[in-house]
Design a protein around this ligand. Structure first.
Ligand code: APR
Length: 248
């Protein structure tokens, strides 16, 4: 648990910053009730991502992948933003935080009031057809228990989220890279930072001499290298504390 000195140091960096950005991962939504991927009990403990989260597997056997997707979607049903999402939205409202690059597909940053949210891995609320490019919003979140089909060509639809083996949406990549190049401070919140190119965002900012503040339950590959301040703890608790110090 943080002894308070890292929080104070982080607050000082942010108060002096002119262009703070945030990179968030599944850890920020755990206190909303959505398990993350790689901690004990996470989704990838049950489903091997190399199989279940790869685009080639979806093309080969979409029904099998929808088994995992139904479970992932059920985990994100009836969840609400937690104080960590709310704290980031408050920092944006104060024009301190300029944007959030999120790896999450749960829409909780937007529901907490964040406006400039770049969804690096897409959003589970949209569906796309890989064969005729039809797109639609998710209607019934249960899909009637069956994989949704394209109204035009009857193929099984895919959530508009980035699978391994797929490109990051061009606009998201461009916008987040521009944010990283402009940043003089980066909040890295609740991510294991093992998936590239999202994990490259703090490195780009660091190349421009940005200060990196990491908030996580445990150290990651960033902690021993580019992180300037590490704040250990549950972000649902540490982020509101950080916001209070910044406001004081
Ligand atoms: N407070 C702070 N950190 C937390 C909390 C919490 N309450 N709960 C979990 N964490 C941390 C974990 O310690 C871990 O470092 O959040 C991180 C979650 O890491 P992952 O489960 O790997 O999630 P993420 O980093 O978002 O994964 C990146 O991998 O599978 C792909 O597309 C998927 O977007 C995802 C990407």
């Amino acid at each position: 648990m943080d002894d308070g000195s890292s929080l104070r140091e982080a607050a000082e960096i942010i108060q002096k910053s002119n262009f703070l950005i945030a990179l968030t991962g599944a850890g920020i939504s755990v206190e909303s009730g959505i398990p993350d991927f790689r901690s004990a009990g996470g989704l990838w403990e049950k489903y091997d991502p190399a199989i279940y989260a790869h685009i080639d597997s979806f093309r080969r056997d979409p029904e099998m992948i929808w088994e995992m997707l139904f479970e992932m979607i059920s985990l994100t049903k009836n969840v609400k933003p937690n104080p960590a999402h709310v704290a980031l939205a408050a920092l944006e409202k104060k024009n301190i935080l300029k944007g959030v690059v999120t790896q999450n597909i749960d829409n909780l940053h937007q529901e907490a009031g964040s406006v400039n949210v770049i969804e690096f891995h897409g959003n589970a609320h949209h569906l796309e057809c890989l064969s005729c490019q039809h797109e639609e919003e998710v209607g019934d979140p249960d899909f009637g228990g069956k994989p949704p089909r394209c109204p035009r060509c009857k193929e099984i639809l895919k959530p508009k989220v980035v699978f391994f083996g797929e490109m990051i949406p061009q606009a998201a990549l461009m916008e987040s890279t521009m944010l990283a190049h402009s940043a003089d401070a980066v909040l890295v919140v609740g991510t294991s930072a093992v998936v590239y190119p999202a994990s490259g965002i703090p490195y780009i900012a660091k190349q421009n001499h940005a200060r990196v503040i990491e908030m996580n339950l445990e150290h990651t590959g960033l902690t021993g290298s580019i992180t300037d301040v590490f704040i250990q703890g549950k972000v649902g608790e540490t982020l509101p504390k950080l916001l209070k110090l910044i406001e004081s």
